[in-house]
Ligand binder design. Structure first.
Ligand code: HEC
Ligand code: HEC
Ligand code: HEC
Ligand code: HEC
Ligand code: HEC
Ligand code: HEC
Ligand code: HEC
Length: 409
């Protein structure tokens, strides 16, 4: 996720005056947030007003192009509070504590007189919730305090350079503060600045906007949430989420699968920066994962097909056909650990494909990935007059040997 044209435009648009907003809020760190994302800003009314100015006004009221003589970029608080209208005699833009006398409110709600120009922004003024945010700020005294709910510090909220995706993106992904407190429960700005005002359309459902997108396009790492380009969390993502000797596994085999940035349990959850594993919905429902050893246990998928008896570590890669269950070369002791009459048949020289012909046609590669490690053994007799009932009984002749309702076990 690299800066692009959008950011250069945005930087020009969003350039802030640092002398006004000088508390330098924070340089990383934070307490992990945890608030529930309400979008009301009783103690942060000026935060909301600054956000509105940033997103709705600066295109025409920047320092370089102050329409109507009004510069809302250099020092927006001083330009508004107690300031006479540059154009309309007798008007004060903001009278602290007095909404009726504040000309700004008339302009943004479109209630200015006929000879007092147009509604701001043109053509019809602000939405009702934004007008309300400005009215609240004026009614509460039009202070220049913008309080960080996490640290209690005041002033401009974000430090210099925060618009850089590598900075604010990381803080969002690691949930170092609760963005939804001020940018709206749905990040669309609430009364203020929407994350959508800079991001490309569709970012909320673009799974490679924040992670993944390197070896596969599903959103699974490599490219971790820390922007590392090797998959240090779980080295085998691509092996799992792409078709191999198995169908491509969905994220839901191992994780909850979010559909959107705001999905429950996704990034704005109570365990910041940590990918929740929930094997319950997958083929290996009781699996457990040890991140320190990068190993899995209690796995069906890496087991011998007879239960949750597999385990694997990243060091076991690459796997061969006999890593999880015996293969054609394993020998009698190993075949004996397979179910029922495997050992009898394999000892007689039968091959896997004679009974599992849809899955493998040679015993060394998988012909139909969707049938392999799909939760059930698939039986397909290759060219013999044998059939198997749903109760598992075999009838027919194979290699000259007659079967009549023979049980596998
Ligand atoms: C598309 C350009 C544009 C945008 C966006 C815009 N303005 Fe304006 N604004 C103007 C122009 C042009 C004037 C001068 C004409 C007038 O007063 O209506 C003006 C005038 C004003 C005035 C009157 C200044 C005076 O002389 O008293 C205020 C107050 C104002 N704007 C506030 C805002 C606010 C607040 C926003 C954002 C919520 C905003 N404007 C967004 C173009 C814009
Ligand atoms: C001033 C403009 C701007 C605003 C406002 C903005 N962003 Fe961004 N953000 C960007 C740009 C530009 C990118 C890079 C986009 C790209 O690569 O296509 C980005 C990228 C990101 C990334 C991905 C970073 C990465 O390295 O993977 C995250 C996460 C993010 N923003 C979170 C947010 C959230 C949450 C909000 C609202 C609270 C927000 N941003 C508001 C400009 C902005
Ligand atoms: C306490 C309120 C508050 C919180 C919490 C908050 N923001 Fe902001 N944000 C603002 C305000 C106010 C602005 C408007 C400009 C300013 O004052 O810095 C803003 C502006 C921005 C911008 C535009 C660039 C800039 O520096 O102005 C980005 C990007 C952004 N916020 C991202 C985020 C992200 C991502 C999070 C969560 C990690 C977040 N914000 C949390 C209040 C907040
Ligand atoms: C704005 C950034 C962002 C976007 C966009 C995003 N993710 Fe995530 N994703 C994260 C972060 C951060 C985590 C780490 C989880 C945490 O903090 O709890 C994560 C974790 C995950 C996990 C691990 C399970 C979990 O929730 O902890 C999966 C699976 C996942 N994302 C899938 C997706 C999919 C699918 C999409 C597209 C629909 C997507 N992500 C879009 C940031 C994002
Ligand atoms: C076979 C199981 C499995 C599948 C399938 C899987 N993951 Fe993961 N994923 C993991 C494990 C294990 C971790 C490491 C968790 C930890 O460190 O505790 C992880 C971690 C992650 C992380 C966090 C990476 C970081 O930077 O910390 C993201 C994001 C993620 N997965 C996304 C996805 C997405 C998106 C999909 C589906 C396209 C997916 N995963 C499919 C097992 C899986
Ligand atoms: C004579 C027929 C036959 C041959 C040959 C055969 N299988 Fe099977 N296999 C079966 C049957 C029948 C089942 C289903 C057992 C059940 O329904 O419980 C099965 C089940 C399995 C299972 C699920 C776990 C288990 O032990 O039941 C695996 C794994 C498996 N076979 C692998 C192989 C491999 C690998 C080969 C070649 C080395 C092979 N089979 C050769 C008939 C055969
Ligand atoms: C990661 C573990 C794993 C590896 C590696 C593996 N298998 Fe399997 N295999 C299984 C499991 C688990 C089953 C149980 C049935 C199921 O879920 O499809 C199975 C079943 C089978 C079956 C029985 C038919 C069927 O579709 O269920 C055959 C044949 C088979 N495997 C052949 C192979 C061959 C050939 C290879 C090497 C290319 C191989 N397996 C590698 C785990 C594995």
């Amino acid at each position: 996720m690299r800066p692009n044209l959008i950011v250069s435009l945005s930087l020009a648009l969003f350039a802030c005056d640092d002398t006004q907003f000088s508390n330098g809020h924070k340089g990383g760190g934070g307490d992990g947030g945890g608030a529930d994302g309400g979008s009301t800003l009783p103690d942060q009314a000026w935060c909301a007003v600054q956000q509105i100015i940033q997103s709705d006004c600066l295109a025409c009221h920047g320092a370089a192009y102050p329409s109507g003589g009004l510069d809302l970029e250099t020092d927006p608080h001083a330009a508004l509070v107690g300031a006479p209208s540059p154009t309309y005699a007798g008007q004060t833009l903001v009278v602290a504590g007095d909404t009726d006398s504040s000309f700004l409110l008339a302009k943004v709600s479109g209630t200015q007189a006929a000879d007092q120009g147009g509604a701001m922004p043109p053509p019809s003024g602000l939405s009702a919730d934004r007008v309300e945010a400005i009215a609240t700020w004026i009614a509460e005294g039009a202070s220049d305090e913008c309080t960080d709910p996490d640290t209690g510090t005041t002033g401009s909220y974000h430090p210099d350079g925060f618009e850089d995706p590598a900075v604010h993106g990381l803080e969002a992904k690691l949930h170092e503060q609760t963005c939804t407190d001020c940018h709206g429960a749905d990040l669309s700005g609430g009364a203020g600045l929407s994350c959508d005002s800079c991001h490309p359309a569709g970012w909320r459902t673009d799974c490679t906007f924040c992670h993944g997108g390197v070896d596969n396009s599903t959103g699974a790492p490599p490219e971790s949430i820390l922007d590392e380009t090797t998959d240090t969390a779980f080295g085998a993502h691509t092996r799992h989420v792409e078709e191999n000797t198995h169908a491509a596994f969905e994220c839901s085999q191992c994780h909850t699968t979010p559909t959107d940035v705001l999905s429950a349990g996704h990034l704005f959850d109570s365990t910041p920066g940590q990918a929740e594993l929930t094997f319950g919905a997958g083929l290996s429902p009781v699996a457990s994962w040890t991140s320190a050893a990068l190993s899995c246990s209690n796995l069906y998928c890496h087991g011998n097909g007879q239960g949750n008896n597999g385990s694997v570590t990243v060091a076991d890669a690459p796997l061969s056909c006999d890593s999880c269950h015996p293969d054609q070369t394993s020998g009698r002791d190993a075949w004996d650990r397979m179910s029922g009459a495997h050992e009898d048949h394999l000892r007689e020289g039968l091959t896997c494909q004679e009974c599992h012909n849809d899955t493998t046609t040679n015993g060394t590669s998988i012909a139909t990935p969707a049938l392999h490690v799909n939760g059930s053994p698939d039986i397909a007799f290759s060219g013999y007059g044998v059939s198997r009932t749903s109760a598992g009984l075999c009838t027919g002749t194979c290699h000259g040997e007659g079967h009549t309702n023979e049980s596998w076990d």
